[in-house]
Design a protein around this ligand. Structure first.
Ligand code: PMP
Length: 422
């Protein structure tokens, strides 16, 4: 069998219950979940309003093929239009972020007939389907290469590890210059779209400078290229605004969403500009793509994110967390860098602050010792880094929970330093 849960996977926790920021395992142990289950529970787990809406929908209709509308589909679409940035009023749905990215890519190519290239950033992560893996960083020993499309990867600025010790703004300018040069001289057959995560998530949590984000928008405008922002990880309040597009004041042409929208139910999709031509029937239809139960859950989730003021809470918790982590870094030499924005928080552990060599063993110990003390910290094993500690609980966690998670991180880092692990 593939991914057989009964084989291997030693040490994996079996979860049996979740509520808010807490989860419980089959041994009755309670954990504070700073992973929000792949940063998806922006609204805390099993929110009673979401559960009630999903149950009510289940009693009416659980499945309708995409040829039909359902009431939650209409209600959710109207709601999302109200909060959509700029003119991104056209909405498409599916159940997984990877498929939302594929939908975005398809729509971009449909709108630029005759163009042959998609440009992505070098440390990007856009999913694990055949196409989205190819749009992510080079996968080590990739067995799927023979059947994957090829995309063009360009460098992006990295404020913590700028090239040749450059200043952040100079590096941003250099990367914009190289991007434009790639469009002019680096591809055959024109560029249909440029795709990026406004805050790069799995590829090392990199906050792209505003100048770079603005510059890419400008290049897309000048070259008539579709700009896709993959907001699957940054959407629905995580950054302290509903979308990163609102945070940075930039409107892409297509924006993906996922994770936090469904309140724990699978849902993802795209927002697209009114200016783009939509799909014809048959170009993008998935049997379960408009799952009414997830839609009903999403209506309740989006309502709760707004009425509970979770964007404000993300900013408050995030400001508190980053300030405490900065203080902690004065005592804990393993902390190399503290990152945001909002509750998109992580720290990078390094062996040495000068060389910035990733402290991977120390990070593994943080996950292990944290879990033993009842706090699950988020991991990042991708892109060869593996040294990030993500502190991303649900946006509606309490101040005490946030503070407790940081106390435990401090304690665990202290014990790891005392044991000489890096
Ligand atoms: N894009 C981004 C930016 C993501 O963070 C993820 C998930 N980590 C995906 C796409 C893929 O989403 P999914 O796992 O739901 O397919």
């Amino acid at each position: 069998m593939i991914h057989d849960p009964l084989e291997g996977d030693e040490g994996k926790i079996t979860l049996v219950r979740a509520r808010g920021s807490l989860v419980w395992d089959d041994q009755g142990r309670e954990y504070l979940d700073c992973t929000s289950q792949a940063w998806s529970n922006n609204l805390g787990a099993n929110d009673p309003r979401v559960v009630k809406a999903a149950i009510a929908q289940m009693q009416e209709i659980t499945h309708a093929r995409p040829n039909f509308n359902t009431l939650p589909l209409l209600e959710l679409t109207a709601k999302l239009r109200q909060i959509a940035p700029g003119d991104l009023n056209r909405i498409g749905y599916c159940l997984h972020g990877s498929l939302a990215v594929e939908m975005a890519i398809k729509l971009a190519f449909k709108n630029k007939p005759g163009r042959h290239n998609l440009i992505v950033l070098q440390d990007a992560y856009h999913g694990r389907s055949i196409t989205t893996m190819a749009a992510s960083w080079p996968h080590p020993d990739n067995p799927f290469l023979p059947i994957q499309p090829r995309f063009v990867r360009v460098p992006h600025p990295d404020p913590y590890r700028p090239r040749l010790g450059m200043d952040v703004e100079a590096e941003s300018k250099l990367c914009l210059y190289l991007l434009e040069e790639t469009i002019a001289k680096g591809v055959d057959g024109g560029v249909a779209a440029i795709m990026l995560e406004p805050i790069m998530g799995n590829g090392g949590h990199i906050e792209l400078p505003l100048s770079f984000l603005k510059g890419v928008r400008d290049i897309c405008d000048r070259h008539d290229i579709v700009l896709i922002w993959d907001e699957i990880q940054s959407c629905f309040g995580r950054t302290g605004k509903m979308f990163a597009a609102d945070l940075y004041g930039i409107v892409p042409d297509i924006m993906t969403f996922g994770k936090g929208v469904g309140g724990g139910f699978p849902l993802a999709g795209i927002f697209a500009s009114d200016r783009l031509q939509g799909f014809e029937s048959g170009e993008d239809a998935l049997t379960f793509g408009q799952f009414p139960v997830a839609m009903a859950a999403a209506v309740a989730t989006v309502d709760a994110i707004i009425s509970d003021g979770l964007c404000d809470k993300a900013r408050e918790h995030g400001a508190y967390a980053t300030q405490r982590l900065a203080e902690m870094s004065e005592r804990r030499k393993l902390i190399g860098h503290v990152r945001g924005p909002g509750l998109f928080v992580s720290v990078e552990l390094v062996k040495d602050r000068q060389t910035k060599e990733p402290a991977r063993k120390a990070a593994s110990e943080v996950y292990r010792r944290g879990a033993a003390k009842g706090v699950l910290f988020g991991e990042s094993r991708y892109a060869g880094l593996g040294n990030l500690i993500k502190v991303k609980p649900p946006l509606d966690c309490t101040h005490e929970q946030m503070s407790h998670a940081l106390d435990i991180l401090d304690e665990v880092l202290g014990s790891i330093e005392a044991d000489g692990i890096a």
